[in-house]
Design a protein around this ligand. Structure first.
Ligand code: CP
Length: 294
């Protein structure tokens, strides 16, 4: 594999994506340790995370790689230290690969130019979340038993808070490269302004055409004002329930779920749900990414 940074799914060529998703179909065997001087990994998470942070941590453990975690609390980030200064500090301690989650749009592009080391985007603001989309793609590949041809024409709907969704943004770049037909669904205030032009839009009546539907979390923490009325309208018109799934449609969600908002609680144990597989494949894809870059 030939990528240096992974800030966007666009940093990977199709061959790399195929290799990562296919590697994720197998469990990763731990490699042999070659000594304590092997370069370490910095997990820099300046926004809350469970899945991404823990799966990168587990991936590093599985690969027998050393890592340090830098969070927003209890570190000099609380004193106002910049992301650049924090990474420079980690670099001076022998860390040259950084997994970064931040709310700052554009931060990773600035860091790329600063050449502090290899960067892996673990979710930046409202920009991209490439490793989530790649894990989701690996889960779909598993669904079709590793046959890429069967993903050609696969109809995936993404429904919800698209404007603030970095997962949807990464998916909008990834889907066309593998013949997956994306359909976007959201109320007008949740429609993206920075991307999505030219992508097909759908509404609830089109749900029956989909092979899978991915619901997105309503991101209350990024709300700019009172969204109570908007969320109430969203729940009334866009919340997915068991009736929306039908006998064959698969349910996806990158998590964490606001139960009762984007998903009706009856879907918690839905046999059509791929949510757990998305998390499992997220770990495997992240292990394959770390194995490639470290
Ligand atoms: N999907 C996702 O990024 O989840 P976390 O915020 O828990 O990492």
């Amino acid at each position: 594999m030939k990528f240096q940074h992974l800030i966007s799914v666009s940093d990977l060529n199709d061959k790399d994506i195929v290799a990562l998703c296919e590697k994720a179909q197998k469990k990763t065997a731990p490699p042999k340790l070659t000594g304590p001087s092997r370069s370490a990994l910095g997990l820099v998470f300046l926004e809350p995370s469970t899945r991404t942070r823990v799966s990168f941590e587990r991936a590093a453990q599985i690969l027998n790689r050393r890592y340090v975690i830098l969070g927003a609390e209890g570190t000099s980030v609380e004193k106002g230290e910049s992301l650049f200064d924090s990474l420079q500090c980690l670099r001076s301690y022998g860390i040259e690969t950084f997994v970064v989650r931040t709310k700052e749009n554009g931060a990773l592009e600035k860091l790329r130019q600063a050449k502090l080391g290899t960067l892996i985007n673990a979710g930046t603001g409202t920009e991209e979340h490439p490793t989530q989309a790649l894990g989701d793609l690996a889960a779909l590949l598993e669904l079709v038993k590793g046959d890429w041809e069967k993903l050609q024409g696969f109809k995936l709907g993404i429904i919800g808070d698209l404007r603030r969704s970095r997962v949807a943004r990464s998916w909008s770049l990834l889907a066309p490269r593998f013949g997956i037909e994306l359909k976007l669904m959201s109320p007008k205030p949740f429609k993206p302004t920075a991307w999505g032009t030219g992508l097909p839009w759908a509404d609830q009546k089109d749900l029956h055409e989909l092979d899978a539907v991915m619901a997105l979390r309503v991101q209350k923490e990024r709300a700019e004002g009172d969204e109570e009325a908007l969320v109430a309208d969203f729940i009334r018109r866009f919340r997915l329930s068991g009736a929306d799934m039908g006998p064959k449609r698969f349910l996806m969600h990158p998590g964490p779920v606001n139960w009762g908002v984007e998903l009706s609680p009856e879907l918690l144990n839905s046999p059509r749900s791929l949510v757990v597989r998305q998390m499992e494949m997220g770990l495997r894809v992240r292990a394959a990414i770390l194995d490639a870059v470290l």
